[in-house]
Design a protein around this ligand. Structure first.
Ligand code: FES
Length: 295
């Protein structure tokens, strides 16, 4: 009879495929959670199949609906709906009361669980923001940032991106296409120049932005306390985008992208300065390319 191995208990249970994983585990005394009683409504019985995913029967209609709602990857299965026909190892994902609460919240909100994605990540902040903000009353600082975030959010959306997060005078935006990110970057330079005309007229101070864009694998998930949950991206690509943005200062540029992103761009994008930089906090050297408005 094929075995089912269950982590983190490392229990090995014999099973013949006639019952669901939930029933097999319950009978073996494994403390698996099943808040909806096995009706594919709560997802608290979810497991990650770590070995033998090919031996798992296809999702039935009820499990498929939940998988689509939560954007579950193929290796995440509802134990209450899954039968297996061979040697399989699973890891229980809901281990304590807080896990159960979070799983239930995700179902209630229809919030996706983590998924891998390849994206362009842009980090942008305001150049010389400290002297700018010190020279102006708080009202004018907030008003200027408000104008900037409104204009830049529109530009990001226009090019298929989404602002993921605001941090002080900076923001993080993600794009599914490298080209969209680069087009947005160039248009943001124009938007900053337009805002600079305004701030010079209103306060006698210029306004400018610096941006870094990188391309790579991130994890997209919904995070935060229950009253403040939102979709966000995490991963080294995000840190790299911030480092690339900071490198503008050293190179005297405004829009730098990594080689990984630049290689995905067509020739119509005008390349400017190129540099190899040991980025602060990173062990290796990275090739960076400046993008400029053509002509
Ligand atoms: S027990 Fe609720 S979905 Fe499986």
């Amino acid at each position: 009879m094929p075995n089912l191995r269950v982590e983190p208990e490392q229990r090995v249970i014999e099973q013949d495929g006639s019952r669901t994983l939930l029933d097999v585990m319950k009978e073996a005394g494994i403390p698996i959670t099943y808040a909806c009683g096995g009706r594919a409504r709560c997802s608290t019985c979810r497991v990650a199949v770590v070995e033998g995913v090919a031996f798992c029967a296809s999702r039935n209609e009820a499990e498929q609906a939940m998988a689509e709602k939560l954007a579950l990857t193929p290796d995440i299965r509802l134990a209450c709906q899954t039968r297996v026909s061979g040697q399989v190892a699973v890891r229980r994902l809901v281990l304590d009361a807080l896990d159960q609460k979070l799983a239930s919240q995700r179902v209630a909100l229809g919030a996706e669980v983590g998924r891998d994605a390849e994206l362009a990540v842009m980090f942008s902040d305001v150049a010389n923001f400290t002297p700018f903000s010190e020279a102006l009353p708080a009202y004018d600082v907030v008003h200027t940032l408000d104008r900037w975030f409104t204009a830049s959010g529109d530009v990001v959306a226009l090019h298929g991106g989404r602002v993921d997060n605001y941090m002080g005078d900076g923001f993080l935006a993600v794009f599914e296409q490298a080209e969209g990110a680069a087009d947005a970057g160039l248009e943001l330079l124009e938007a900053a120049a337009a805002l600079s005309r305004y701030t010079k007229g209103a306060f006698g101070l210029p306004f400018s932005t610096r941006m870094g864009i990188h391309w790579g694998q991130v994890v997209v998930g919904t995070l935060g306390a229950s009253h403040n949950r939102r979709s966000t991206v995490v991963g080294d690509v995000v840190n790299m985008a911030a480092r690339i943005e900071a490198a503008n200062k050293e190179l005297g540029t405004s829009l730098l992208v990594s080689r990984e992103l630049e290689q995905r761009l067509p020739p119509r994008f005008a390349r400017g300065r190129q540099a190899e930089l040991a980025l602060k906090g990173k062990s290796s050297v990275h090739a960076l390319v400046e993008l400029r408005t053509a002509g």
